[in-house]
Design a protein around this ligand. Structure first.
Ligand SMILES: OC[C@H]1O[C@H](O)[C@H](O)[C@@H]1O
Length: 331
């Protein structure tokens, strides 16, 4: 796969969010309106009001779903860039610098002085589940006319987070540019709320643009209307060449068009926070898949990277752990 070696590079597209992470008990989580494990958009005042009530000061870390994947891909040694919008504030500076330190090309970044950088409050309960409340900030101000073909050139793959679908015009502009640049398009469905909100366009979008789709059990159920994971995987695989169903502790199921279902288990570790688990799984998977590894081998690397991130608070894997993961990669 010489060409795969040459072209294995990823441009991520999603919201630039600084994660605000706090471990809370079930009673605190239950006092926040909305379902456990869900992702809901809030304004900055609502977020600040929740943060004021936290039992201890929260930790901050760079986040954003596609961004987490892109950082992981770069940390593994891959060529990666991020197309995202930050504010011209301290959080935006922190975010850009952190991406650059991780080896991510931030040239495609957009910025605004009108709004602050977005934040995501992740409330982590003792079962390691995270419940997220997101203030989009500058990320919500990205306009279709800010994107140009130059942002997309030089990368072989486009990795889009599903949250982008809340802004349809922007997402289609990005997908059209990615296609015009000859990129292979991957889409992570991000949240069941995204799937329900985009249900009318998702089948066509998957069929016409997407090569690989990533979903968890709830997202697949929202897509196909059944809680049977096999039905969910089949429904997704009917629309694009590769479908990946992420089942958390039950591992993943993958299906290529016309192929059998491949099951790859998760690594058994003590999880303390699932924030970013799916994103980092995708990072490991993309690293192997783009280098022509068999699907099961790429998924095993995904499982290893996901296992590393669930053992820490937030989506940032410590450098010594990355070093150990990289040491085991085939030359
Ligand atoms: O998938 C986890 C990510 O989703 C949200 O976008 C948070 O920023 C978090 O880092």
């Amino acid at each position: 796969m010489t060409t795969a070696l040459v072209t294995a590079s990823v441009l991520g597209f999603g919201s630039a969010l600084v994660d605000v992470l706090a471990h809370v008990d079930e009673d605190f989580r239950a006092s926040i309106p909305g379902i456990k494990g869900g992702t809901e958009l809030v304004d900055s005042h609502t977020m600040a009001a929740i943060v004021r009530r936290l039992p201890q000061a929260p930790r901050q870390a760079p986040g954003g779903s596609a961004a987490n994947t892109i950082v992981g891909y770069a940390k593994l040694g891959g060529k990666a860039a991020l197309l995202a919008k930050i504010g011209l504030d301290d959080a935006g500076v922190f975010y850009r610098q952190d991406m650059q330190r991780a080896g991510v090309d931030t040239t495609p970044f957009k910025a605004t002085g009108d709004t602050d950088t977005g934040r995501c409050l992740s409330l982590i309960t003792p079962d390691s589940e995270r419940t997220m409340r997101t203030y989009m900030g500058a990320a919500a101000t990205l306009r279709p006319d800010e994107l140009s073909l130059d942002d997309f050139r030089g990368y072989s793959h486009f990795y889009c987070e599903g949250y982008a679908l809340f802004s349809r015009e922007l997402t289609f502009r990005a997908l059209d540019l990615a296609r015009a640049a000859g990129m292979v398009i991957c889409l992570d469905l991000s949240a069941p709320e995204v799937v329900l909100a985009a249900k009318d366009i998702l089948p066509v979008l998957l069929r016409d643009y997407v090569h690989a789709v990533f979903a968890n059990e709830q997202e697949a159920a929202a897509f196909c209307g059944s809680n049977d994971p096999v039905a969910g995987l089949d429904a997704l695989a009917a629309h694009c060449p590769l479908a990946v169903l992420k089942l958390g502790r039950q591992g993943v199921r993958l299906r290529e068009r016309g192929g059998e279902v491949i099951a790859v288990p998760a690594c058994s570790v003590k999880a303390i926070d699932s924030t970013g688990a799916g994103d980092l799984w995708a990072a490991g998977f993309l690293y192997g898949w783009l280098r022509g590894w068999p699907l099961h081998a790429a998924a095993e690397l995904g499982a290893k990277v996901a296992a590393a991130v669930v053992q820490v608070t937030g989506a940032v894997i410590p450098d010594d752990v990355w070093t150990a993961i990289r040491r085991d990669l085939p030359a």
